[in-house]
Design a protein around this ligand. Structure first.
Ligand code: NAP
Ligand code: MG
Length: 488
């Protein structure tokens, strides 16, 4: 698999250079080496992509649902056929281990199958108000959707947006993060013969230039953003000024709550997976571990033994369970949080330092900060790295209070064998997803999204078809009698 080429922008079904001729370099976080260069889209390129989308969607939308579903199914099958190439590309670009990126590829293929089913089963409706009056309810696409995605799960998160947006009959202009454009460009390349030209346009480029141009373009009628809460606020304000809807998937600081009656081995391993998978660069990571007093010390000790033994290495190695962070710059920001935690009074139980033996790549040891209290910044702010903070509680109410002492609300879990307690806690925590005796799964059909500063809107569920379309009412009156309102 050779990426030693310059990738263009993908507009109107083909690759092209940026109008300005600008390009940027993409490097492999594990080796620090340049992988390839990629064209950097600017304002003119955004206009060209929106125009291509504007030309493409009416014909796409006019196709019978069964035909659109057939194309989505073909995309799903193509993704599966190209699984190794896509996973390899994602690992090369993000540094996430190959055993994880394969799961993302499978999840996106499944989501295209799912929305192929959704669009076939979605029926325009008829509402009979009484025998004489009825409304026909028709679903229409917005037209051209603008999507902006982050660097942590570029392929998966793009799939979450593309499958429903295309299913609903839209064209999409999507911008990957500057750090990780390759899997989305690869998707465009491998589906170029399946999707009509202009339906999917991929514009790598900076947030400042390409991103802003997407937010400002009058031809974009719906925005979908996944990224930080800080940039999300800006995106939401732009959407508000243009009076267009926006789906906002933002940051998190999710609580993983363990009670003494939890299935011990599973809970210990999941507490590690909740934060250490993808080096903690997961929006819904279980970054706050809440331990009951009775088990606090023993659980922390078992967890420390486990995380200290995680196989860290070349992300292409099948055996690796952690790779490098996405960039040196990001790793330094994570390390600053570790220092901050220490200055706030937290105790480093394990990690906190770089892993030795690597000549390239920002490999940070899995880190646990104990004795953290809810007011500390390390308990409040998203660190987005392999840094777990642990807190303790002595009652169900206290666990819920600590879990809810956050501006965010994206993920979270509760570990107990007591079903009543599990469901009571799951209902009381203000968050978009609560796992019971598990962490991380988001199968197609599970609405995923945030409460509070974690954003609004839901993805991965059939209702996201609503987010990418609008309902129209065509009201019909069968009455032939005069109204008699003015003339009686
Ligand atoms: P980010 O800095 O907010 O960037 C996200 C995307 O927005 C990137 O494509 C970025 O482009 C672009 N962008 C930046 N400034 C922009 C602007 N002024 N106008 C338009 N676009 C702009 O986030 P990140 O650092 O890539 O990703 C990490 C964050 O994403 C974390 O907070 C994480 O929790 C969140 N996240 C949330 C979810 C979820 O589903 N809730 C999932 C994954 C990640 P550049 O690449 O050029 O900066
Ligand atoms: Mg960023």
């Amino acid at each position: 698999m050779d990426l030693s080429r310059q990738y263009g922008l993908f507009v109107h079904g083909g690759f092209r250079a940026a109008t300005s001729g600008a390009a940027f370099s993409v490097s492999n976080p594990a080796t620090g080496e340049e992988v390839c260069t990629v064209a950097a889209a600017g304002v003119e390129d955004v206009s060209a992509a929106v125009a291509a989308g504007g030309d493409a969607w009416p014909e796409w939308w006019s196709r019978p649902a069964v035909e659109r579903a057939g194309v989505l199914t073909a995309v799903a099958e193509r993704i599966t056929a190209e699984r190794e190439r896509l996973a390899w590309t994602e690992t090369t670009d993000t540094g996430r281990v190959i055993s994880e990126t394969r799961m993302d590829v499978d999840a996106v293929a499944d989501l295209f199958h799912y929305f192929a089913g959704v669009v076939r089963s979605d029926e325009d409706g008829l509402k009979r108000h009484d025998p004489q009056q009825m409304s026909m309810i028709v679903r229409e696409p917005f037209g051209v959707v603008g999507a902006i995605v982050p660097w942590n799960f570029p392929f998966l998160i793009s799939g979450w947006k593309l499958a429903p947006a295309l299913a609903a009959g839209n064209a999409v202009v999507i911008k990957p993060a500057t750090l990780t454009p390759l899997s989305l460009l690869t998707l465009a390349e491998i589906t170029a013969d399946l999707l009509p030209p202009g339906l999917l346009n991929v514009l790598p480029g900076s947030g400042r230039e390409c991103g802003e141009a997407i937010l400002d373009h009058p031809g974009i009628r719906k925005l979908s953003f996944t990224g930080s809460t800080e940039v999300g606020r800006h995106v939401a304000a732009k959407a508000a000024a243009r009076v267009i809807p926006a789906t906002m998937e933002l940051g998190g600081k999710s609580a993983n709550i363990v009670f003494p009656d939890a299935d011990w081995d599973r809970a210990v391993e999941a507490a590690a997976m909740a934060i250490m998978m993808s080096q903690g660069q997961v929006c819904s990571a279980g970054s706050r571990l809440l331990l009951h007093d009775e088990i606090h010390d023993r659980f922390l000790s078992d967890l420390t033994d486990l995380v200290a033994g995680i196989r860290i290495g070349d992300p292409m190695d099948e055996q690796s369970r952690m790779g490098p962070l996405v960039s040196e710059e990001h790793c330094r920001s994570v390390e600053e949080y570790v220092s901050l935690g220490v200055s706030e009074g937290a105790r480093v139980v394990t990690g906190g330092t770089r892993v030795s033996g690597f000549t390239a790549g920002a490999y940070l040891a899995p880190t646990i900060l104990a004795d953290v209290t809810p007011a500390m910044r390390v308990a409040q702010e998203e660190i987005f790295g392999p840094v777990l903070v642990t807190q303790r509680f002595s009652s169900d109410e206290e666990a819920v209070t600590i879990a809810n002492a956050s501006s965010y609300g994206l993920g979270g879990a509760v570990w107990t064998r007591d079903i009543s307690r599990a469901l009571a806690v799951a209902q009381a925590v203000r968050t978009g997803t609560m796992w019971v005796n598990d962490y991380h799964p988001v199968p197609s059909g599970s609405p995923f999204g945030g409460f509070g500063a974690s954003g609004y809107g839901r993805e991965v569920h059939r209702t996201s078809l609503d987010a990418y379309s609008q309902l129209k009412t065509i009201y019909v009156n069968l009455d032939r009698e005069p109204y008699g309102w003015y003339r009686s």
